[in-house]
Design a protein around this ligand. Structure first.
Ligand SMILES: [Zn+2]
Length: 300
């Protein structure tokens, strides 16, 4: 969250041009759906006299977001389709509700800084639920009590707090090392991996920290578990091993984003491999039962 208005103003004056017609403005719908917190954009608004002052009205059109209740992309709307304010600056909470279920909502904390009679600069202080790709519910459920740490990492990432996000995700991986290795070993077993790999993973799992456990992995993973041809455990190790001490905030932010994407994708891949194999085992067992029945009709 931007807490220093002077910084915000400094940023603005740096970017301002004096001729409003030269400025590009964004549609409110695009701003709400796609602009990350902390980034200034310019939007147009209507104004009318309000006593000695001016009343400024910003249209709030329907927007499209994913609804976790409806489990699909739906339309969200604001109850009055507009918000208004008096004066040159204003901070507003704006809430949109899912038009379909009328239960899910998203609230934006927004700052308006008027530039002239038709344009205002605008930024999100933040939003709830957090901006950015959503975190799958199944993934959060798998993290158990560490889901809270992961979501704190997600919030830190949304506010560009790279070192914080990085530290939260590393804590999650250290706490969930055993769960992750158990899933990898189970999936590797089901996918018919070499015994050497299973042995290596079982030994590695005994290390205390995630980066220690993944440092010495050498054996090839089953192809269907690779991400872009790389071992995901090695990718996570490489993103985390350089540590907080050597990297800048910006580098940590990038590493944290990579860790999040790879971890979510990898756990989904592992679950998929295990589910597929379960389905195959059930089908194989059913075929075997049927075959036995045909071979031993006298038992029926
Ligand atoms: Zn809904």
């Amino acid at each position: 969250m931007t807490t220093e208005p002077t910084n915000a103003l400094a940023k603005l004056t740096h970017n301002l041009t004096t001729d409003a017609s030269q400025q590009k403005f964004i549609l409110m719908k695009d701003f709400l759906e796609h602009t990350a917190p902390g980034k200034f954009e310019t939007i147009s608004y209507r104004s009318s006299a309000y006593g000695q002052d001016t009343r400024r009205v910003v249209a709030l059109p329907p927007i499209e977001l994913h609804c976790d209740t409806c489990e699909k992309l739906t339309n969200y709307e604001h109850h009055s389709n507009q918000c208004d304010f008096i004066g040159k600056r204003s901070d507003k909470f704006i809430t949109y509700t899912c038009r379909n279920c009328k239960k899910a909502s998203v609230t934006y904390a927004i700052q308006f800084i008027v530039e002239n009679e038709s344009l205002t600069h605008i930024q999100k202080y933040g939003q709830n639920p957090a901006f950015g790709p959503r975190t799958p519910k199944k993934f959060l459920a798998a993290l158990g009590k560490e889901a809270d740490l992961f979501l704190k990492g997600r919030r830190a990432e949304n506010q560009a707090l790279g070192i914080a996000a990085y530290a939260y995700y590393r804590r999650v991986l250290d706490a969930k090392k055993d769960l992750l290795f158990d899933k990898v070993i189970a999936a590797a077993n089901e996918l018919g991996a070499e015994p050497a790999l299973i042995q290596e993973l079982t030994t590695a799992k005994k290390a205390t920290r995630f980066t220690e456990a993944t440092r010495t992995l050498r054996s090839a993973m089953p192809r269907s578990l690779l991400i872009n041809g790389e071992n995901p455990l090695t990718l996570l190790h490489d993103a985390l091993s350089d540590g907080l001490h050597n990297q800048t905030d910006v580098q940590c932010l990038e590493a944290a984003g990579n860790v999040r994407v790879v971890l979510i994708h990898f756990i989904e891949q592992l679950d998929l491999a295990l589910q597929k194999d379960q389905a195959v085992s059930i089908a194989a067992a059913a075929i075997k039962r049927q075959k036995n029945k045909l071979e031993k009709p006298e038992e029926q």
